[in-house]
Structure formats: C-alpha cells, structure tokens
Design a protein around this ligand. Structure first.
Ligand SMILES: N[C@@H](CCC(=O)N[C@@H](CS)C(=O)NCC(=O)O)C(=O)O
Length: 225
C-alpha cells in the first residue's frame, strides 16, 4: 500500500492527501511531527534526505516533492487526471501549481522564516510574519489576476474538475487564513476554495478532519466544512 509521511497541518502534505483521495487510492500515513522537529532527526533524514514532509513511497517509487508525486499518480494510475486537458491547459495547470509551490510556499516554511530569518538573520516575530504575509499576498494576487485574464468561467482554476493547481491553492489559502491575510481582494480564489470544500474527497483531506490533529485545533476552513 502507498505510504505517506505526513503532518496534518503541513500544506504540501495536505496537497497529497487531496490528490490521493481524488485518485481514489488507499494509503497509510506515518506522522512526522514538524512541531517537535521530527523531520530534522537523523533517522528521518535517512528516509528523506530533504528533511521535509511529505515523503511518498509506492513500492520502489520514493519521492520527496509533492508536484512530482502528482505527476507520478497521473502516469501510474487511472483517471481522474490531476493534470488534464490539452497541451495549453496542462501547461497552465503546471504554471499555477508552480506559482504556489515555488513562488509562495517555501517563503512561509519554518525552515525559512523561523530557522533562517529569525534564527540566523535575527528578525523578530513581527518581521517574520510580515515576510510571510508579503509573499502570500503577492502570490495570491498574481493567481487571481491570472484567472481574471482567462475569459472562461470555470468552477476550478483551469476547468470544471479539480486539478493540481487547485490542489496547491487550497492549502495555501488555509495558510493565508492562519496568518489572517485579507482574502477579500481574491473573489475567484474564494469561490474555488468553496467549490473544493464542497467535495467529500477534499473535506476528508483537511487538517480539521485529520486523525492526528489535536482535538482543540482551530477550525480554519470554518463554516465551509
Ligand atoms: N517542495 C516540497 C516542499 C516540502 C516542504 O517544504 N514541506 C514543509 C511542510 S509543508 C516542511 O516539511 N517544512 C519543514 C520546515 O520548514 O522546517 C514539496 O512540494 O513537497
């Protein structure tokens, strides 16, 4: 069975729980407690040299990048496709997924804002928060603009089905809510968030629904769940 090294609140892990649920694949999770620093242990780095979560194992296939996992799931397993459509649509799905995964997400990870900005460069908490909020707002504003430029009105970013782009977007919106970023300027993203949370496969993947989540966990997705 597929094994996923997972942390309930980590957005790259959240991406893969959504992806696996949409593909209808069974998987077991192994909890990597990022708060306790388990990902930095020598034992975990023997498994995943990158020292991050998620880590994905399917037989002989072992991957430590969530987007590579989604590409693999599409190639190795039956529809629904996460990267669908003609050449243009597939490229647009990649473009939006990468906007989240490379131009927003890394700046908000603890290894950047906590370990490096605060730990090495001596930023204080307010400065670190401002840094994270800056990259989230810049990226989400770009995403909204890009959707506005396409004339089609879809339920999701690139069509009527959930794609890898949406799978990256939803956890990023979750993070934005945690940081109390004002999402009002992004009505298209808010509509996609609502549409996604309507789907039982997505709901099941949320941090709020995660079996390892503490009972007192704040409900970030709120009434949409
Ligand atoms: N590019 C990787 C990102 C992995 C990543 O940064 N994971 C975060 C959690 S979402 C992590 O493990 N962070 C640990 C840290 O920042 O200390 C992917 O897409 O899977």
């Amino acid at each position: 069975m597929i094994k996923l090294y997972d942390y309930y609140r980590a957005s790259s892990c959240y991406r893969l729980r959504i992806a696996l649920n949409i593909k209808g694949l069974d998987y077991e999770t192994v909890n990597v407690d990022l708060l306790k620093g388990e990902h930095k242990s020598a034992a975990y780095k023997k498994i995943n040299p990158l020292g991050t979560a998620p880590y994905f194992i399917d037989g002989e296939v072992e991957l430590n990048q969530s987007l590579a996992v989604m590409q693999y799931l599409d190639s190795a397993y039956a529809a629904p496709k996460l990267i669908y459509g003609d050449a243009k649509t597939q490229a647009e799905i990649w473009q939006l997924a990468l906007l989240i995964a490379t131009d927003i997400h890394p700046f908000g990870t603890p290894q950047v804002w906590k370990a490096y900005l605060m730990g090495v460069l001596d930023a204080d908490q307010a400065q670190a928060n401002a840094w994270v909020e800056h990259w989230i707002s810049r990226g989400l504003a770009t995403y909204e603009t890009m959707l506005t430029r396409t004339k089609a009105q879809y339920d999701f970013s690139c069509g009527e089905e959930i794609s890898m782009a949406d799978i990256c977007l939803l956890p990023q919106l979750y993070n934005a809510r945690r940081y109390k970023v004002d999402l009002a300027p992004y009505p298209k993203l808010l509509q996609i968030e609502k549409n996604m949370l309507h789907d039982a496969r997505v709901k099941k993947a949320t941090p709020e629904a995660h079996l390892d989540a503490p009972p007192e966990l704040e409900n970030i997705h709120g009434s949409m769940l």
